[in-house]
Design a protein around this ligand. Structure first.
Ligand code: ADP
Ligand code: MG
Length: 635
C-alpha cells in the first residue's frame, strides 16, 4: 500500500488550529455538518443517476447511518451518496474551496479567535468540524461508477494521507457508492459515544433532511421525519417545525428566526410549492456581489440544485427555503435551468407573492416590517431598476426617511397624500447621513413652505432614481439640482413675518453687484450664481445645474464607477441674508476690496463644507477665517 503525506492548504491549517483550540459552546454541530454532507452526496447521486441510471444500478437506497463503537471510541457516519475519488478527497477535504468557509475565515481573521465559537456555530466549518470531537478522522469513499475505494486520513494537525483502501476495509461500505467517516473520539468528548445523545442531535438539527437517518446498527426506524416538510399541509406544521426547517436551510442554526414564513402551493399556469423564509438578521455577506441566493430547487421532491441563478431575483437574495416544481423536467441540466422559461415564471410568481406578503406585514405589524426594512430595504430597492414588472409592488413597500417626521419613515403613498396644492413633484435629497440632510441648506426653503422632502440615504437610491423618474406620474426632483421654482408655494405664516424684516422684496431679489462679482471671481469653480428660493437661513449653497447629475449622485459615481464629473455647480445665494446684503453693498461701492475677495472664497468653502466636500485649500480657508474672526472680535 502506498501512502503519500500531504500538507493541508494554508487556510485549512489555520482553520483547524482555531477549531481545535477554541473552546466550543456547541460541539454538537459536527454531526449536523457531516449529516448535511451525506445528504448532499445522496442528492447529487439521485440527480446524476437521472441522466446516467448505471451510476445507481445496484445501489441499495439512500440513507445515512450513524454507528457507535464505544469500546474503541469510534463514531461512524456513513452515507450511500455519490462518494469521492482520491482527487476529490484531496481537493475537497484538504483545501478550502467553498466560498462560505472562506468568508468565515475572513471574519475570523478580522475578529481574532475570540469570536470563533459563535461564528463556527453560526456558519459551520463543514467537514472540519469533525476535529472538534475527534483527534483522528478516517474517510473511506467510493465514487459512484468506480470500483476504486480510497482512504483519506488525518489527525487535523500534520496534514493528511491518502491511500487505496485495503479490501477488508472497502468491504465495510454498505453499497456501490458512498462515504464512510470514522471519528476517533477525543478523551473529553465521550458524550458523543452515547447513542441517545447522537439521536437528540439528529432530531434537533437534521429532522427534516429528506432521507432516512438511522442511529445504531439495530435500529429499524429512522430517527428523523425524513419527509419533505413543504409538501405537508400548513395546518399540520407547528411553528417549531417551521423554525427548525428554517435553521436547516438558512444555516443560521437557531441563532436567527424567520421574520416572514411563506408557505404556499401555486397552481394554474405553473405548478409549484414554495416554503420560503425571510430571516430577521442580515447575513454577513449580503452585499457580496458574488454571493448566491440560497433557495433550493427541487423537481417533484428531488433536489436539483441550490445554485440556480435564474430562480430568485438578486434583490431577493436574502430569502431562504425551498421551491419544488411540478413542471420542470427532471433531466434538465443545471446550465439549462438559468434560461428556462418555467424557472422565470416561478421567479416572477414568487417575487409577487413575497412582495404581497411584505405589504401585508407593513399593515399588520409595523414594528416587524420596519425591522425587515432596515435589514433588507436597500437590497430590495435594487429591484426598482432590475425588475420593471415588479416596480409598482416594490414601491408599495419602500419606506424613506422624511422631513415630515423626526424618526418615522414614509411610504410614497403617504408622501403623495400629503402633497401641497399645485405640487406635482416628489422632492428628495440624497446623502450619507440623515441628520445632515435634515439640516442641509438646500431644503430650508421647502421646509419653510411646508413642503415635505424625502431623505434618501442608501447608495442604491442614486442608482434607481435616474432610471425610474416618477411614482404614479409624480416626478422625483432632487432639491440639490437645477432651479426649483417655489414661488407658487407661500411661506407658512410665522416665517413670512420674520423674512419680511430685512429689506424690500425688490432689493432682496436683485443683489446684482454681488452676483456679478462672485460669478467672475469663482468662475473657475462654479457655472453661475443666482438668487435662491430654497435658502432661508444659510447665506449660500451649491446645487447641480439642470443638465448635470445631482451633487451627491456625482460623488457616488466618482466612488463606484470612477467617473470624474467635470460639471461645475451653481452657487445660490440667500438674497435676504444680512451677510449677503452687506457684501452686495460692498460690491456696489468697491469691487476690488480684498475683504470681498476673501469673503467670496469663504462663502464658497462654506458651501463645500455643508455639502460634505473637502475644502481645496484648507490653510487658505483657515487664514481667511482667522482674519475675519479677528476683525469681528475687534469691532
Ligand atoms: P460544503 O459541504 O459546504 O461544501 P464541507 O467542508 O462540508 O463544505 O465539505 C467540503 C466538500 O467535500 C463538499 O463540498 C463535498 O464536495 C466534499 N464532501 C464532504 N463530505 C462528503 C460526502 N460525505 N460525500 C461526498 N462528498 C463529500
Ligand atoms: Mg458541508
Amino acid at each position: 500500500m502506498t501512502q503519500e503525506n500531504k500538507a493541508f492548504g494554508a487556510d485549512v491549517s489555520r482553520l483547524l488550529e482555531i477549531v481545535t483550540h477554541a473552546l466550543y459552546s456547541n460541539r454538537d454541530v459536527f454531526l449536523r455538518e457531516l449529516v448535511s454532507n451525506g445528504a448532499d452526496a445522496c442528492d447529487r447521486l439521485r440527480y446524476d443517476s437521472i441522466q446516467n441510471p448505471d451510476l445507481a444500478k445496484e445501489h441499495s437506497g439512500y440513507e445515512i447511518c450513524i454507528d457507535v463503537d464505544a469500546p474503541n471510541r469510534l463514531v461512524i457516519v456513513e452515507d450511500t451518496g455519490i462518494g469521492m475519488t482520491e482527487e476529490e478527497m484531496i481537493d475537497h477535504l484538504g483545501t478550502i474551496a467553498k466560498s462560505g468557509t472562506r468568508a468565515l475565515m475572513e471574519q475570523l481573521k478580522s475578529q481574532g479567535s475570540a469570536g470563533a465559537p459563535s461564528l463556527i456555530g453560526q456558519f459551520g466549518v463543514g467537514f472540519y468540524s469533525a476535529f472538534m470531537v475527534a483527534d483522528k478522522v478516517t474517510v473511506i469513499s467510493r465514487k459512484a461508477g468506480s470500483n476504486d475505494v480510497w482512504t483519506w486520513e488525518s489527525d487535523g494537525v500534520g496534514g493528511f494521507i491518502t491511500y487505496q483502501t485495503p479490501a477488508e476495509d472497502a468491504a465495510k461500505l454498505r453499497t456501490t457508492s458512498g462515504t464512510r467517516i470514522t471519528l476517533h473520539i477525543k478523551d473529553d468528548a465521550s458524550e458523543y459515544l452515547l447513542e441517545e445523545k447522537l439521536k437528540r442531535i439528529v432530531v434537533t438539527y437534521s429532522n427534516h433532511i429528506n432521507l432516512p437517518i438511522y442511529v445504531g446498527t439495530t435500529e429499524e426506524e429512522p430517527v428523523n421525519t425524513a419527509s419533505a416538510l413543504w409538501m405537508r399541509p400548513k395546518s399540520d406544521i407547528t411553528t417549531e417545525q417551521y423554525q427548525e426547517f428554517f435553521a436547516m436551510v438558512s444555516g443560521a442554526m437557531g441563532l436567527d428566526q424567520p421574520s416572514v414564513t411563506a408557505h404556499w402551493h401555486a397552481e394554474g399556469k405553473i405548478d409549484y410549492t414554495a416554503l420560503l423564509f425571510i430571516p430577521t438578521l442580515r447575513p454577513f455577506d449580503l452585499y457580496d456581489p458574488t454571493r448566491r441566493h440560497s433557495v433550493r430547487l427541487y423537481v417533484r421532491r428531488i433536489f436539483i440544485t441550490d445554485e440556480c441563478e435564474g430562480l430568485m431575483y438578486p434583490w431577493l437574495r436574502f430569502v431562504r427555503g425551498v421551491i419544488d416544481s411540478e413542471d420542470l423536467p427532471l433531466n434538465i441540466s443545471r446550465e439549462m435551468l438559468q434560461q428556462n422559461a418555467v424557472v422565470h415564471k416561478i421567479r416572477s410568481s414568487v417575487a409577487k407573492k413575497l412582495l404581497g406578503d411584505l405589504d401585508k406585514l407593513s399593515r399588520d405589524d409595523a414594528v416587524a416590517f420596519s425591522a425587515f426594512w432596515h435589514q433588507f430595504g436597500a437590497v430590495v430597492k435594487e429591484g426598482l431598476y432590475d425588475a420593471v414588472e415588479h416596480r409598482e409592488d416594490i414601491f408599495k413597500i419602500c419606506r424613506f426617511f422624511t422631513t415630515h417626521s423626526e424618526t418615522g419613515m414614509a411610504s410614497l403613498e403617504d408622501y403623495v397624500a400629503r402633497m401641497k396644492d399645485g405640487q406635482d413633484s416628489i422632492y428628495y435629497i440624497s446623502g450619507e447621513n440623515v441628520e445632515s440632510m435634515r439640516n442641509s441648506p438646500q431644503i430650508e426653503g421647502l421646509k419653510k413652505r411646508g413642503l415635505e422632502v424625502l431623505l434618501f440615504k442608501d447608495t442604491i437610491d442614486d442608482f434607481w432614481l435616474p432610471v425610474v423618474m416618477d411614482f404614479k406620474g409624480k416626478k422625483f426632483v432632487s432639491v440639490t439640482k437645477g432651479a426649483i421654482d417655489l414661488s407658487k408655494f407661500p411661506l407658512e405664516q410665522k416665517e413670512k413675518a420674520e423674512n419680511d424684516n430685512d429689506g424690500k422684496p425688490e432689493e432682496r431679489a436683485a443683489r446684482a453687484g454681488l452676483i456679478s462679482y462672485l460669478s467672475s471671481k469663482l468662475s473657475d469653480r462654479i457655472s453661475s450664481v443666482r438668487v435662491s428660493d430654497r435658502l432661508t437661513e444659510s447665506p449660500v449653497c451649491l446645487v447641480a445645474s439642470e443638465k448635470d447629475v445631482d451633487l451627491h449622485m456625482g460623488r457616488v459615481l466618482k466612488i463606484h464607477q470612477h467617473y470624474e464629473a467635470n460639471a461645475k455647480p451653481v452657487l445660490e445665494i440667500n438674497a435676504a441674508h444680512p451677510l449677503i446684503a452687506r457684501l452686495d453693498e460692498i460690491a456696489g461701492n468697491n469691487a476690488d476690496s480684498g475683504l470681498l475677495a476673501d469673503a467670496a472664497e469663504l462663502l464658497y468653502d462654506q458651501a463645500l463644507i455643508i455639502q460634505g466636500e473637502p475644502v481645496k485649500d484648507p490653510s487658505g480657508f483657515a487664514r481667511r477665517m482667522a482674519s475675519f474672526l479677528s476683525k469681528g472680535l475687534a469691532a
